[in-house]
Design a protein around this ligand. Structure first.
Ligand SMILES: [Zn+2]
Length: 407
């Protein structure tokens, strides 16, 4: 039924889609509020909402606060009329979510990315997972409204291709036409977007940034992903070179050599590979550390060793993490002074697993930008949706793609 309304190209179809989208976007509105937002006469709005109610696409979710007179009814979309799939392809894992239309997670599955995770293997796993989830929920494949895919850039979002992401553990991730392949399998709308954009979209739609209009979202792990929302709009680069990133922002012009050939880039200091490299370097120099005995081969040191070392109060781990956070803070302060956001979300394994890194990054960034903007009110957090944000946001992006005209 929703698919039928989405396919209408009449004026009435437009009005139905507009009203439906308003209800989807802001659950709990009354008909009067919907009419105001849609710019429709109240009688027209009543007719349209009645049609959507009769078709089961929306339902009466409760009564609004009465201001005297008749009580107004609040409306919400029926979440299980159709389903969305949200996919997050990162360097360390691929996550597939089956989502209800209000973005509630119905099914969830993740698989680790390793040296066998070529595009063929991962796409087949994704397809198999989607069919398994539909079967488990006793759903027909036609109940899928759309599939949103988020991935590591650079991407060609128009052609729906993953171009050549760096540092994937398996080979073959060059010019992967993921949108075409999933469309062929499911005959459904498929949208590809950058993970940093979809994570930000999810936090703005459902998470911690619901009332913010200017937000910086940084995800630090193996790389550094940056999402920007300015005045309510997620900023997308028109260049095919890749999304906005913070990895190669220069934080020390005389600094360490970066993989890109420049000196002093952020990713040479505050990524998982940079932290591992620095701890290895200090261990080889004979630094006093619990890790000296624990790690047999310096080259076998992992991020988990650093996390554990820090939890146990290891001095070397503390020092390396604190130093890395100083650079992170400088880069963060640069962004804050340019965009003056109301909220900064710091996500990803480095912020999540290294408390000290998060605390020092925030504290030192504040020290820097407050000198310039003492009254700037920025709220820092690690987001509300955790690792699910990116895949939930992918589902949100594909859902919204049906309503671009009505935003
Ligand atoms: Zn660089």
């Amino acid at each position: 039924m929703l698919k039928r309304i989405l396919s209408l190209s009449t004026q009435k179809g437009d009005n139905l889609k507009s009203v439906y989208y308003i209800v989807a976007n802001e659950s709990g509105l009354t008909r009067t509020e919907i009419a105001e937002r849609a710019g429709l006469r109240l009688s027209t709005c009543f007719r349209l909402t009645d049609e959507l109610l009769e078709s089961g696409l929306i339902y009466e979710s409760g009564e609004a606060e009465s201001r005297g007179g008749r009580k107004a009814i609040k409306l919400a979309i029926s979440p299980k009329v159709n389903y969305l799939v949200g996919i997050d392809i990162s360097r360390t894992y691929t996550k597939v979510l089956l989502l209800e239309l209000n973005l509630t997670i119905a099914e969830e599955k993740s698989f680790v990315m390793n040296e066998t995770s070529t595009p063929d293997v991962i796409i087949q796993k994704i397809i198999f997972t989607i069919y398994s989830m539909l079967k488990k929920q006793k759903l027909d494949v036609n109940s899928l409204l759309g599939i949103g895919v988020s991935a590591i850039g650079p991407l060609d979002t128009v052609k729906g291709m993953i171009i050549n992401p760096q540092q994937f553990p398996a080979s073959g991730w060059t010019d992967v036409p993921i949108v075409k392949l999933l469309k062929e399998e499911f005959a459904s709308q498929v949208i590809l977007d950058y993970g940093e954009n979809t994570a930000l979209k999810a936090e703005n739609r459902l998470g911690i940034a619901r009332s913010d209009r200017t937000v910086i979202h940084i995800n630090k792990g193996i790389g550094i992903r940056l999402g920007l929302m300015i005045n309510g709009e997620i900023i997308r680069s028109e260049s095919k070179a890749g999304a906005f990133g913070q990895g190669h922002m220069v934080v020390d012009i005389h600094g360490r050599k970066c993989t890109c050939g420049n000196y002093g880039c952020m990713c040479a200091y505050s990524t998982i590979p940079a932290l591992i490299k620095e701890v290895q370097f200090q261990l080889k120099r004979g630094a006093n550390s619990l890790l000296q005995n624990r790690v047999e081969e310096c080259s076998a040191l992992t991020f988990s060793d650093i996390v554990r070392g820090l939890e146990e109060g290891d001095q070397l781990c503390k020092e390396v993490v604190r130093n890395a956070a100083y650079f992170s803070a400088a880069g963060l302060a640069n962004l804050i002074t340019i965009f003056q956001p109301s909220r900064v979300i710091l996500s990803g394994p480095i912020y999540r697993k290294l408390d000290l890194f998060y605390k020092v990054s925030v504290e030192k960034a504040k020290e820097r930008y407050s000198k310039l903007f003492p009254h700037l009110d920025v709220t820092f957090s690690q987001g509300a949706l955790g690792e699910d944000a990116t895949a939930i946001g992918s589902g949100s992006v594909v859902f919204e793609s049906f309503f671009d005209k009505y935003k």
